[in-house]
Design a protein around this ligand. Sequence first.
Ligand code: ATP
Length: 643
Amino acid sequence: AALSKINEVDVKGGWKVSEPVPYAALAKTFSIIEATTKRLEKNALLTSLLLLVIQRSTKKDHTSLLQTVYLCINRLSPDYIGIELGIGESLLIKAIAESTGRSLAVVKADLKKEGDLGLVALNSKNSQKTLYKPKPLTIPFVFSKLKEIALSTGHSSQAKKVGIITKLLAACQNFEAKYIVRSLEGKLRIGNAERSVLVALAHAAVLAEKESSGKKWSNEKLAVRLEEGADILKSIYSELPSYDEVIPALLEHGIDGLREHCKLRPGVPLKPMLAKPTKAIGEVLDRFENKRFTCEYKYDGERAQIHKLEDGTLRVFSRNSEDMSKKYPDLVEQIPHCIKDSTKSFVLDSEAVAIDRTTGRLLPFQELSRRKRKDVKVEDIQVRVCLFTFDLLYLNGESLLHNSLNERRKLLREHFQPVDREFQFAKSSESEATEDIQAFLEESVRDGCEGLMVKMLDTDASYYEPSRRSVNWLKLKKDYLAGVGDSLDLVVIGAFYGKGKRTNVYGAFLLACYDGDSEEFQSICKVATGLSDEALQTHYEMLKPLEIQNPRGDVKIGGAKADVWLEPQVVWEVLTADLSLSPIYTAAQGLVGDRGISLRFPRFIRVRDDKNAEDATGPEQIAEMYERQALAQSTGRKKKGDV
Ligand code: ATP
């Protein structure tokens, strides 16, 4: 059914091979995608557009496809280059007013009514009488203007940005203004997460291959190839997350040629492997029964992926693929001390942990978060770091992702050397006896760690799985053992003014989880615990500039209320006593019945500035936590014999 839709889409456009893609084709596709809630249909619509772009591209000209894909995911470059949009509301209001002749007051009133600047831009355009038809916008033109806006800095940049946006808006027709403004805001809100764009791209490439083969494919063959194509592209992209690299290779070598031409390479950070939470040592032993595993300290710092390029350059990347080399110039200076001569290029997976250089004691994450993020000079650094390395992913020209952890670890120890208080291998133990694991866990906590990471050691189950929260890595935190449960990373979407001496700051906050599939934030709880007066002041200063008049269109608030609404940007780690079903909040609604899930007695732990709003805990994880808790409660009750 989804496939038949592909041919129905009216975005054929009048453009020919090698001609720039009209922006109208993209805007039209976005508007039809936005109007449907069916995932398969969304995929088919996007596939249809990307297929048209591929068919109009030559093997050597990848720009059209690259720029179309970037606009679909609302980015302008790979994450690690970090050219970002996200233009503030007031600037956009100004540009909309200037280009359409509406007054600022009218635009603001419209925003209050609509809650979406994209719609306001569209309304403003529609209310304007145009004397002549502007020249049609093309994707290369829009892309280059968005890039110019994102790259302009300095004190006169605001006026320059307003100028470019005003001209862009003046040239818009039909739905174009709506999506240009949303792109500028940094949020398309058409319910198409990056994962779906990747799948649509793979499907379009497979369909292009089918059409150019000139042969008839059976439905079974097509279905198999579509699934295979999506799997290949997803796995390649998690290893080399750069469309700049993947799209040219896709056009030139087809989907089957990707594995040979796109491989992990120093300089391009791969998406890190993540772990599943476990509640007890018994659960670890059950999951890893009859398999060899290793326990490592789970250090409490910041994830750091260290790359050494062939030309000798060293780079430090965050969990989010952000280049942190400037935040950690001390690490860049320290790392060469631990590299043996035979080590020319590599990718290390590690945790950077704050350390007291005098005593060698590890310090909690909070110490690390006191470090400046920009313009850091080694001589000014107060909080020093030690790097604890737990994996080697690439060595001297070879990817090691498909080597067992045992082999990767052996190579790590052969090619690097520990340096006291600067560089260490993560402390590990291979004993599988419950009492030894318990003792190692307690030791890790005494040494200032969060608990243990338990990892499969041999066979293909121990391969490194980029971007996966894998069952082959389990985390065993001291908090879980205390029965407190896992923490969640939630986005602050609203705030309440405080009472008494706290009336000048926010005293409580409304939080949300993030659903990557529907691209929406879902309200989950109100938090007011764990926040000192000093912390409330800091949060107020950080969050105040994010105030907006209405909740954003992609925030599903349900029955939740707030004194002020906030741009969903800041991520907090929150601990909870347990989870309960709620008629008010919308988190995970539909996953465990009609009601949403809420947190009981949530407590603020820390700001997670290494996470974007889109990295917040998802509804599936929340539903999983709820179900695990329900299961534990019913087993507990059964044990006590009161059911
Ligand atoms: P959290 O860090 O709050 O547990 P998360 O979502 O950032 O959650 P998890 O998959 O839950 O990530 O835990 C893995 C994190 O633990 C890694 O991202 C890394 O920063 C850190 N870590 C510390 N020590 C290790 C280790 N020995 N092996 C792997 N990861 C480690």
